[in-house]
Design a protein around this ligand. Sequence first.
Ligand code: ZN
Ligand code: ZN
Length: 226
Amino acid sequence: MRTKKHISVIATIILCVIIVACSGEQSRDRQEEQEKQVTAKTTSQQSKSVPQPIATIYIYRYDDFPEAKAEQLKNELQEVYPSVILVKTSIPLPKECYYKPRDRYKGTGLLDDLMKFRNGGYALGLTRKIIYDRNEISSTFGVFGISYIGDSVSVISSLRPKTLKPLSDDEIQELMLHELGHAFGLQHCKNERCMMVDAEHGNKFAQTQSFCNDCKKYLNNKGWKL
Ligand SMILES: [Zn+2]
Ligand SMILES: [Zn+2]
C-alpha cells in the first residue's frame, strides 16, 4: 500500500512537471487554467501531511462462523479501534482453497480472496475451519491465523488445529488483535508479555492480553486506541 501511495505521489509530481513544462506553448487562458490545476495539485500534496481519516476494518464471517460470535468480536474490536464494520452477509469459503486429505483450507488462498473485500481499509475473515500454511514442518501446517504483513488482510480460525477444540473467548480475541497487528504492519515481537509474540508452531499465547509499549505506539499511530 505504501508503495502504491509512493507511486501515486511520484505520478502526481510528474504530472505537475509535465503541465508546467508545456505551459509555455499554451494560450494565456489555457495557461491560467493550468496554473490553477497545478495549484490544486500542490494543495492536495500538502494535505498528505495532515492525518488521514481512519481506515475501516471490515469483518467478514465465512458461512460456517456463527453470527453471534462475530458480533461479539466486532464489539471487542471497537473498544480499541474506532471504525469497525461487521458485514452482515456471510461469504463462502473458496472451494479451491480446500485441501480434502487433511480437511483444511489454504490460508494464503483465503487471504488472496479477501484482498478484494478490503474496500480501501482492512479485511478480517472469521472461520471455524482449520487453516494451514506451509512451513519447515509441513506444507499444510495448521495455524491459528494468517495475515499478509502490512497488506491489510487477516484470517483467523476459532478451532485449535492440534486438538480440534475451540479457542476460548479470550484466546480468539487475542488472536484477532495479533493478526490485525500483522495486517497493520507489525512483525512478531520479542517481548514475551506482548500479544505480538510468535506462537512458535504451538498453542502458545502471550502471557498477557496487551501489546508492549512499542507495539502500542505503532498501532496508535495508525488510529488504534490502546
Ligand atoms: Zn503472528
Ligand atoms: Zn510488542
